[in-house]
Design a protein around this ligand. Structure first.
Ligand SMILES: Nc1ncnc2c1ncn2[C@@H]1O[C@H](COP(=O)(O)OP(=O)(O)OP(=O)(O)O)[C@@H](O)[C@H]1O
Length: 392
């Protein structure tokens, strides 16, 4: 594994101390040190947990054979500040082999913590994790050469050329120079490879970091927020690079909260909120199953009742419109019209609305947040799961 600054540190305490940007204030670091102590006490119990494939969920194919997936996580948990901050709570995650998988969640939802646990950079409190079928963190030495990752800002030497940076890294792990040229080509840095890194744009630096992870030709690539801080051109460069890597047969896992960006590059997605899985599937499935129909009808309350009685979910926004969704599949306008007609109600307008990934994400994560903080049933316009509570 290359290119992540922390990965060279083998002692867990030292690795955590290198964490530059999360919980970075002194207060948090102290709290974190306490956490480490507390966790050291129950490491035996923890190690018993992290020994192999999930055995709680026998019906799920990956539970039977995690080897058929790039990454399988079950029941993963991590708390900080002596249990007061739950960063990850019983998280389940399945990343298929091949393609780009986006790991999505709002700020603070536990993405980085999850990736760090997966890579052995911080310890889980409970749960099982496998990479390419190998239980981690115990089996990391067996699988580490098949994984490349960037979870923190990689260290590049700005006064050296991009190529020389890679030569130094390659030499350190005994790779021939030809391998450096190959990875430069793979990320499209060729024409600028001999320029000094301090003249590189952020997008070029990120592609250089990605090139460094490719030196050992890994099957699985894990990038935490790879387009963070990039301008649209930089994002485009990185997106093209990620797509190219996936098309060459690798599994690329990216964490992100840039939804429009992800929609253009990902094949599969998992969305988390407050450390829990909210939804996973292909981008196409997620968008199709989240389709809605907007119906203009009066009186809206009667329409909402008729539709919820028929198994639909309905959100009201105070106008004469209802937004209708269904738990299993996108609702059909003709079926909605029939249901309303049977109740003696006549819609004046039915518009099929296809959500963006951002709509799906916002609906899922907003509901998660507000339900957790208020404990009330809430109607979110367009949020299928919240809608029934409000309309019923
Ligand atoms: N070392 C730490 N000490 C204390 N709390 C922490 C530490 N690391 C993370 N947390 C807390 O755990 C939660 C999850 O953080 P994490 O960084 O994993 O989320 P994230 O989804 O990656 O967020 P972002 O998108 O902002 O990077 C947050 O509440 C965060 O403040």
């Amino acid at each position: 594994m290359q290119a992540s600054r922390s990965e060279g540190a083998s002692d867990p305490a030292e690795r955590d101390a290198h964490r530059p940007d999360i919980g970075g204030d002194a207060h948090d670091r102290d709290a974190h040190a306490h956490d480490r102590d507390a966790h050291a006490h129950d490491r035996d119990a923890h190690d018993r947990h992290l020994v192999g494939p999930n055995d709680h969920d026998p019906g799920v194919p990956d539970a039977e054979d995690p080897g058929q997936h790039a990454i399988v996580i079950r029941g993963l948990r991590k708390t900080y500040r002596r249990g007061r901050v739950a960063a990850v709570s019983d998280l389940d995650l399945t990343v298929p082999r091949g393609g780009v998988h986006a790991f999505l969640g709002p700020n603070g939802s536990g993405k980085t913590t999850t990736l760090r646990m997966l890579l052995g950079l911080t310890r889980a409190d409970a749960g099982t994790m496998t990479i390419l079928g190998t239980p981690v963190p115990d089996g990391l030495p067996d699988v580490i050469d098949r994984v490349g990752a960037i979870v923190e800002q990689p260290k590049l030497f700005p006064t050296m050329s991009g190529r020389d940076n890679l030569v130094v890294l390659g030499r350190g792990i005994g790779l021939p120079r030809q391998r450096v040229d190959a990875v430069i080509d793979q990320v499209g840095l060729g024409p600028r490879a001999k320029d000094l890194v301090h003249g590189y744009s952020l997008g070029m630096r990120q592609r250089l970091a990605i090139a460094a992870t490719l030196l050992k030709d890994p099957e699985v690539l894990i990038f935490d927020e790879p387009t963070n801080g990039l301008d649209p051109a930089g994002m485009h460069e990185v997106r093209v690079t990620l797509r190219g890597l996936a098309e060459a047969g690798r599994t690329v896992v990216i964490s992100s909260h840039l939804l429009a960006e992800v929609q253009q590059v990902a094949d599969t997605v998992s969305i988390i909120g407050r450390g829990r899985l909210l939804r996973e599937g292909t981008v196409a499935e997620l968008l199709t199953s989240s389709g809605r129909v907007q119906v203009r009808v009066r009186p809206v309350e009667d329409a909402a009742r008729a539709l919820t009685d028929a198994g639909y979910m309905v959100a009201l926004d105070g106008s004469d419109r209802v937004t209708v969704s269904h738990p299993d599949a996108a609702p059909r306008p003709d079926a909605i019209a029939r249901t309303l007609g049977e109740a003696g109600l006549w819609p004046t307008e039915l518009i099929r609305a296809t959500p963006s990934l951002e709509d799906v994400f916002l609906a899922l994560t907003a509901r998660e947040h507000l339900t957790a903080t208020s404990g009330q049933g809430i109607v979110f316009p367009g949020d299928p799961s919240g809608a029934r509570e409000g309309a019923a």
